[in-house]
Design a protein around this ligand. Structure first.
Ligand code: SF4
Length: 83
């Protein structure tokens, strides 16, 4: 399992600051940051610690098992960013 960022992400980087394994990208200093609409979680490296959830101001992060059905596509979207 991993955690997933869904619609509503404002790229404020609060989750990036608290992630202990640096698995949320892109960061502001990465070239893709300006082009993409939201941040993504690397499903391979996420350790399911949950630290990113309470700091997200838009409640846009879910455990994979809790992603609402209408947002299911975001699980794949997050994974695709790292392929
Ligand atoms: Fe990073 Fe933990 Fe959030 Fe996974 S659950 S993205 S490891 S802060």
């Amino acid at each position: 399992m991993s955690f997933v960022i869904v619609e509503g992400c404002t790229k404020d980087e609060k989750c990036i600051e608290v992630c202990p394994v640096d698995c949320i990208h892109p960061r502001k200093d990465e070239p893709q940051f300006a082009e993409i609409e939201q941040l993504f979680i690397d499903p391979v490296n996420c350790i399911d610690c949950g630290a990113c959830i309470p700091v997200c101001p838009t409640n846009s992060i879910y455990a994979e098992a809790d992603v609402p059905a209408e947002m299911a596509a975001y699980t794949e979207k997050n994974a695709q960013y790292y392929q």
